[in-house]
Design a binder for this molecule. Structure first.
Ligand SMILES: Cc1cc2nc3c(=O)[nH]c(=O)nc-3n(C[C@H](O)[C@H](O)[C@H](O)COP(=O)(O)OP(=O)(O)OC[C@H]3O[C@@H](n4cnc5c(N)ncnc54)[C@H](O)[C@@H]3O)c2cc1C
Length: 476
């Protein structure tokens, strides 16, 4: 535990060293603010680096490589002998990537003169003469950290279904990422990003996957047509999908679990599997951090903030997964941290705009989206024009052997303002970046129709998708 000299007063103290907290710390250091980063665990990185974004994408990459090997013959590559997954190596590679990036974070803290303090941080009450105090506890030792501003960045935990506790068969993302063997079968409860990503990855690795989702479609936050396409492709891959289905209970058997659920047409099903993954959302970690000593009142556990991430308690900000009304994504938390710190430093800052946030789901095929869905645009009163371009008509998609999916553009009829872009298909999570910039710059469909895209690329599909809004895609 780094000790802070009694008379040190930081400009900013950040509680929580996940992507929201560590990004804010680095940026604060870059502005020359005296900064402390308080993290309860012995490693920086939070859910994202240890149990979320990074490890899942490492597994996803391995799953993709394995999928390519399955199709090697089609590509003209003869692989002699059986292609097998070496699961311990897959896990080791994932762990090595995490270790490398933990080291990188430690380096960045030093580089930006951020003091890192290991311990559990708690608010102690309002500022006294402009100075706030964080009480930090580590192994029974206490220290008080004095600061002019506090950023709360304590993150979230996987929600559990009532009566269930995670173990070797009932899994959350944490157990899932350390599973000793590839399960023969797995039932996934919840079809948000986490559920469908794990379903997709383990389907590639050969597990028999069943998805049970209460809402009427997969990835319910996405445009309806995206959900439909994912459903079609997942079924083609042999995934058993049950949407509009009500989870009833999990029972343990000698070898695994049975999950009881009622399908959308009222049939009760008892399905057996080796494992069940509970992926029903994430709850904010806002208990036990001293909010009761402040004016802050949570909304279903989440902290309300203004456009600069400021809470109602003077000098206290909140960023990341604990914030009310923003999606729980690493890049949103990181940007919230940068917005808050810029405001504290008195530098140029710009609030996060809800409709400019890319959402990415790393399934096979991937999903990338930004802005309004077609339904939301209509609901908001826009006279909507839609263009859609299928990857079957893109030459690079043929080259990489990935024809499923499409790019959908939602635009306003009057001036051609781009309202939303929704992609399902190869590299969708990379392709979406262009549309985020387009929305940020308030570009029109015509602006994009005259923007040169290299040939042959997947991003050329974007040019065709924007053209298709005017019925003028070149390749379809
Ligand atoms: C399986 C999975 C896959 C995901 N994939 C993606 C993805 O691909 N892309 C994406 O954008 N998002 C993804 N996410 C979401 C992403 O992980 C979170 O949005 C992100 O980690 C939130 O960042 P955060 O800093 O708010 O919180 P966290 O990452 O949860 O970090 C909070 C930190 O605060 C510490 N802490 C908590 N309380 C205290 C305290 N009182 N004192 C000191 N320290 C404390 C914790 O130990 C932790 O290190 C995924 C999530 C999961 C579960």
């Amino acid at each position: 535990m780094a000790e802070t000299a009694k008379d040190t007063i930081y400009d900013v103290a950040i509680i929580g060293g996940g992507p929201a907290g560590y990004t804010a710390a680095i940026r604060a250091g870059q502005y020359g603010l005296k900064t402390a980063l308080i993290e309860k665990d012995d490693k920086l990185g939070g859910t994202c680096l240890h149990w979320g974004c990074i490890p899942t994408k490492s597994l996803l990459f391995d799953a993709e490589v394995y999928d390519h090997f399955k199709h090697a013959k089609e590509y003209g590559i003869d692989v002699s002998g059986e292609v097998k997954v070496n699961w311990p190596t897959v896990l080791q590679r994932k762990n090595d990537i995490i270790t490398k990036h933990v080291k990188g974070l430690n380096f960045l803290m030093k580089k930006n003169k951020v003091t890192t303090i290991t311990g559990y941080g708690k608010l102690t009450g309002p500022a006294i003469e402009g100075v706030l105090t964080v009480e930090v506890e580590n192994g029974g030792k206490h220290q008080s950290v004095k600061t002019k501003n506090i950023l709360l960045a304590t993150g979230s935990d996987a929600k559990m279904l009532p009566g269930l506790t995670p173990d070797d068969r009932i899994l959350t993302n944490i157990e899932m990422l350390a599973i000793p063997e590839i399960p023969k079968s797995m039932i996934v409860i919840g079809a948000g990003a986490v559920g469908v990503e794990f379903g997709s990855i383990f389907n590639s690795f050969g597990s028999e996957i069943t998805i049970v989702e209460y809402l009427p479609r997969l990835v319910p936050v996405e445009d309806e047509e995206i959900s439909k396409e994912l459903n079609r492709i997942f079924r083609k891959r042999g995934i058993d999908i049950n949407v509009g289905a009500k989870f009833e209970k999990v029972d343990k058997t000698d070898t695994g679990v049975t999950v009881t659920y009622t399908t959308s047409d009222g049939k009760q099903v008892v399905k057996e599997a080796e494992k069940v993954l509970i992926a029903v959302g994430r709850g904010p970690r806002t208990e036990g951090i001293g909010l009761d000593k402040t004016k802050i009142k949570t909304e279903r556990g989440f902290i309300p903030v203004d456009q600069w991430q400021q809470t109602v308690e003077p000098g206290v900000y909140a960023i990341g997964d604990i914030v009310a009304g923003l999606p729980q994504l690493a890049h949103v938390g990181a940007m919230a941290g940068m917005v808050a710190v810029a405001k504290i430093a008195g530098k140029y800052s710009r609030p996060i705009r809800r409709n400019r946030i890319p959402g990415c789901t790393y399934t096979e095929p991937q999903i990338g989206s930004v802005g309004l869905t077609e339904a939301a645009a209509k609901e908001a009163g826009h006279d909507v024009k839609v263009g859609k371009f299928p990857f079957t008509a893109n030459s690079k998609a043929s080259i990489v052997g990935s024809h499923d999916g499409f790019i959908k553009v939602v635009a306003d009829k009057k001036y051609g303002e781009i309202l939303g872009v929704h992609i399902i298909g190869p590299q969708a999570t990379e392709l979406i970046a262009e549309s985020v910039v387009a929305l940020e710059m308030e570009a029109t469909v015509e602006d994009l129709m005259f923007t040169i895209h290299a040939h042959p690329t997947l991003s050329e599909g974007m040019l065709d998708a924007f053209g298709s809004v005017e019925g003028m895609a070149i390749n379809a």
